[in-house]
Design a protein. Sequence first.
Length: 269
Amino acid sequence: MPEASLPAPMIMGVHGVLALHPWVDAETEDVFALAVRRTVAYGWSSFHAAGPHGVRWGHNDAGGDWGQEGRARRTGKDERVRQLAWLQVDVADAPLGQRLPVLPMATVLGDALHRVGGFRLTGLHTVAPLYEARDARADLAAAAEWFALADPAGSAGFTVSVAGTKTAGLPGRVPEILAAVRERSYGHLALEPEPSDDAAPESGLALPLAGETETGHLRYGQSFRCTTREWSLDCAAWVTEILIDALRATGVTQPALITVSKPPRADDA
């Protein structure tokens, strides 16, 4: 069997607080349909019989918890953090040389949530098939220039964690990972190890994470304290991609779980 046809599942989940628009019916709309429509709109997938040769990914599954029990009893707001939207795709047959689609997946999920309501981000998790990861250093240089345009006076702190299999030896690679992250962020991201790698999960994530079956064995890793100029879905995806390339550069080829999370606050946009 050709290597390109071997499955390469990638999973992403967006966590936060959602207030559905009053005209949106959660019983008739769903994340899977919204994600498919948006992916086709961007040209990353197609229903056309003579569509593009090589799509960005193949859809596997999607879902999400929109809560809204009785529209928060019709009067108040439901401020509980939920796993609002998640997407599982297969990236094995992506065009040759393409990076893992971190920002495209986050964009599709973010677009879906913004379309149905008011959305406040508290976390992002990604299960990345690192054996499909390509060298992203040149592209990450361009990404750093994009994020350099954020308000220089801005400051956002959050937690980043990486986890893998025991044999991946991530805890022993922390100095290499830190060096690779700093090289790829070009001074626009500060990352320091948390004192303990067995701290409780951040309240910005709703458990269990999508892909629980795939992530059950990814328990060995490290948490980091991260500071950038902004907190946004774009920024969380950027940090995720930096970590993916840092792990690739240190020789990790097994799947890894990367989480980016921030405890919710009323003024977080």
